[in-house]
Design a protein around this ligand. Structure first.
Ligand SMILES: CC(C)(COP(=O)(O)OP(=O)(O)OC[C@H]1O[C@@H](n2cnc3c(N)ncnc32)[C@H](O)[C@@H]1OP(=O)(O)O)[C@@H](O)C(=O)NCCC(=O)NCCS
Length: 145
């Protein structure tokens, strides 16, 4: 169900981005980038032959961390553990001591998902998003440094 994503998944992942992030969807070239550049971990969730979700994380070995760049699950597949499975696959293959991410302060479903998996707040970026919403910075320790 969780498989590596490749550039062949571009259209399906673009669709997920547009549906999951109606205000912040990445331009197509950013999606091409996360599907092709080195030092990026990327997985898709496949259910019933459909790509139901996607995750990508930048590996930053100099900082000894991975940064979750995007995670999205199509609405009809949510609350079935797909987001959890994508995050766990990403954490398992990152091979770094810590994972970080930023999330809108009002994105309650995502914050609940992250906290359930052991992420905790390490910062706040005021007015980070284009519409002025603050970002929470969350972190999870994977292995003791
Ligand atoms: C956030 C998102 C990826 C979660 O995906 P998902 O597949 O539904 O997540 P899971 O089924 O693994 O949920 C795991 C836990 O997260 C919490 N959670 C997820 N969605 C929730 C919701 N709508 N309300 C309350 N809690 C929620 C619950 O604790 C849930 O466990 P439970 O179902 O046993 O109660 C999905 O809602 C999504 O794509 N949202 C839009 C894009 C987005 O905001 N991405 C994050 C950007 S930082």
């Amino acid at each position: 169900m969780i498989q590596p994503a490749t550039w062949r998944d571009l259209n399906a992942i673009r669709h997920i981005e547009i549906i999951c992030f109606p205000h912040d969807a990445w331009p197509i070239w950013d999606i091409v980038g996360v599907l092709t550049l080195p030092n990026v971990v990327r997985f898709k969730a496949v259910l019933d032959g459909q790509i139901a979700g996607f995750i990508a994380a930048d590996l930053r070995p100099a900082e000894k961390l991975a940064w979750i760049a995007t995670i999205g699950v199509l609405p009809e597949y949510r609350r079935q553990g797909v987001g959890t499975a994508l995050l766990q696959a990403c954490e398992a293959s990152s091979r770094v001591p810590r994972v970080r991410l930023n999330v809108r302060v009002k994105n309650d479903p995502a914050i609940r998902l992250y906290k359930q998996l052991g992420y905790y707040q390490v910062g706040l970026w005021p007015r980070y998003y284009q519409d002025g919403e603050d970002a929470l910075i969350l972190e999870k320790k994977l292995i003791e440094a």
